[in-house]
Design a protein around this ligand. Sequence first.
Ligand code: COA
Length: 390
Amino acid sequence: MENNAKDAQETKGLAGVVAGSTALSQVDGAQGQLRYCGYNIDDLVHGSYEETCYLLLHGQLPTAQQLQQFSEELKQQRAVPQAVLQFIEQNSKQDHPMAVLRTAVSMLSCNNPLTTDNEPQHTQQQAVALIAQISTLIAAIGATRAGRGVVPADPTLDHAANFLTMLQGQPAPAQASHALNVALVLHADHGFNASTFAARAIASTLSDMVSAVTAAVASLKGPLHGGANTAVMHMLQQIGQEDAVEPWLDQALGRRQLIMGFGHRVYKTTDPRVQHLRALSQQWCNANNQANWFAISDKLQQLMMQKKGLYPNVDFYSASLYYALGIEPQMYTPVFALSRVVGWVSHIREQLQDNRIIRPRAQYIGKPARTYVPLQQRESQQQSASLAAA
Ligand code: COA
């Protein structure tokens, strides 16, 4: 019993537990490296998000022809049922965008015969459809929140450019699409993070892909996971200016407050995604009269290292980058989902290839075995117990 107690405490939050295997992404926390199917993200950022999607779904890089065919397939799958768009239009103004997205994703299984079986060729089709459709859902949520109508997808545009155009209701400059494309590649997969693990747990019951992705969206919403990027922007806005960073941080640390966008369960050195996002944040903030957000971020990063020895994570510089790209802070976590959906569907397919239900044990820490007292006798027994105690 004592040994069990120690084990459960040491692995709280499943820290350090290897809960399964994957061939999709390798998160090297000691070296600060991230590879998808063996390829370093530092190389993959030079390609398109579509290329990364193909890699994760097929386990190998596409040829030029395969990539073109795959990109076409994605474009053809962008439409979503009218009923889902209506739901988005009716609810996006007042509700949290991740709550709207969660329900909208769930609605994709209505009248969709593909979603009822887990045959590999069907899950492959569903995976491509979900990657394409989630971009339409997220853009529609953002456009509705901004008081604009939902613009149709543009089949001449790639994934990042089409999303930004639909989100912002005007053609996206090529450089903005490029910046978003890099962010999408960097967020695509990341081992057994909380939302991916949730998706795999659902898939392991032989439920269906839409259910598993719905659960993943629910998990990503939390501020300790994908919700951190929105929280980072709110924190930067609260700090307001560069010379307020240190007094703000001292107070926050004094209250033992979590500083959003810092720390990581796996990386105990630099998160390899950060250098790319930092460079883009600097470039975009400076070019768009938003230099303040980058300056605050950089100062905070230096002080967090000095005072707490903590590194920034993927959500830190993405906040100021998305701000400079003109994206509303509440939409940052949906933008995370826009990318991570490929990780979710790839992990769901991997789980199904060699499935065993995910069902860990819990260490029981409640009362020892007790005698059940019939309802009628409980009051008198409680009275005599309190009399005895008095
Ligand atoms: N701000 C202040 N302190 C932090 C911190 C942060 N962002 N992240 C970790 N710490 C502290 C912890 O409180 C803990 O202190 P303690 O030993 O005095 O209790 C210590 O650093 C070690 O934390 P650790 O066990 O490594 O954290 P975790 O693995 O349980 O949690 C996160 C990892 C990411 C959930 C956590 O770092 C966090 O909440 N960060 C902020 C939210 C965020 O940015 N999430 C996005 C993740 S990509």
